[in-house]
Design a binder for this molecule. Sequence first.
Ligand code: IMP
Length: 194
Amino acid sequence: MKKKICLASNNAHKIKELKELLGDSFEITSLAEIGCTEDIAETADSMAGNSLLKAQYVYNNYGIDCIADDSGLEVDALNGEPGVYSARYAGEHGNHQKNIQKLLKNLDGKANRDARFRTVVTLIQNGAVDLFEGTVEGKIIESQVGDNGFGYDPVFVPNGFDKTFAEMTMEQKIPISHRGRAVEKLIEFLKAKK
Ligand code: IMP
């Protein structure tokens, strides 16, 4: 029987991506499926901190093994912004269009377009806490291209490719993405423990 692990997220897109990566080995449950309907505060000032906060909340309140992740975009010419504030960069949580517009405006005229996505995944299994990190380096282009994905995907071109994440299918994006790489480390860890 597959082991149950709760993914501490309500983002349907992310749940789908992670089920695709982990579904063979684990039964992934969403927050709704364990009866958690409250908003989990993301008040830390780092991705690792927020990822840990979310996982600890679920483990402490629901007593179930869980995985939580926190991601963001770091832009070199903006001193690492929007970073931990990626989802609410333009002020309104999850307004991807406004976030992209603010990003492009702040980068206007800047020669250095280097950026990376970063994910920190926290696993809590039987009370033991482990963190896994994944990054993907790339560049922010000047206008949006592509309709797939979410967030900053239409303006991010990963190094070594000539299309944005929003022009890639999920199957193309996952293996090279920050989240895919962090989850790959998580899977290696879980397999080694078996
Ligand atoms: P989360 O912690 O995974 O919810 O990510 C926080 C924010 O970072 C999202 O709301 C997006 O703005 C941005 N982000 C994270 N991962 C991605 C991605 O794969 N593509 C585009 N934007 C992302």
